[in-house]
Design a protein. Sequence first.
Length: 358
Amino acid sequence: MSLRFVLIGCGRISPNHIAAAIENKLELVALCDIVPEKMQEKIRQHQLPPATAQYTDYREMLQKEKPQLVAICTESGKHGQIALDCIDAGCHVIIEKPIALSLQEVDEIIARAKEKKVKVSACHQNRFNKSIQKIREAVEQNRFGKLLHGTAHIRWNRGEDYYKQAPWRGTWEQDGGALMNQCIHNIDLLRWMMGNEITEVIGLTDNLNHPFIEAEDLGMALIKFANGSYGVIEGTTNIYPKNLEETLYLFGEKGTVKAGGNSVNRIEEWQFADGLDDPDEVKQEFQENPPNVYGFGHIPLYADVIDAIQNDREPYVTAEDGRRALELVLAIYQSSLQGKSVKLPMEKGSTLDFRGSM
């Protein structure tokens, strides 16, 4: 039986969600956006039935349409409250990254979802990249032996036009900077691959070339994981003249791996002491060339969430996973602001804590 599905927010990322919903045969009953033209454009773009309901008030839509699954694709600062309203309405939820902008909101989402027995998935779709799935398999099979360190590099470009398209971008109230918006996918992957548990973070952030935004355009961090390994993050939107690369490296006592390409969608280095596979064959097989940095991960993420709902299990990417990515970015911000290392876990924190810090 097809689930009744609605989408809240028809901006830049929404086409990936609509395509994933269609591919997974969801019953797309309504769209919601405060700008009606955006909904009409999406209906034309995806050849949706002209009768597809359109709402400017998501609460009215939840009440009238009684959806079973909701995707939240609004500006980041609104994710938390909308998610809580959807959960209260008994809906399962897919939340675009970041899951929220405060740890208190995420904890409320997690608690209320358990209470209402609904599924919540943070949309970290790059976990479903073929390359990332192959690397994850190697981690789970302990092919690296002891993990020593891992690095995430996001070397991208975002110009003034990008921020003018949506004035919420780059604000502390609704977004955050390069780390929170552009880099959080790879930050999520690094933390996940290196064992999730972190003891300490040292970070530096700055705004070097974007005087028209409040938050950072450069972030650097050193991470100490509970398993004794280390992580390095370098994230920037200052690369001239366009996006250069997004890479994830993992270094272990018995293995070295690099994922690269637009959105870590290609295995570019594959060396293991066990010799179980041919590095050239792996590099050939595990490479995708998506048309943009969003990759191909939304379709399998949706398939997973639908299966989680139907079989009453946790999604592959949980709300707790979304919280971990958010916590790490907030820890980097806090370390930079305070000029000292920050211990994890963090119980509270929000982008609002950093207003006026740049």
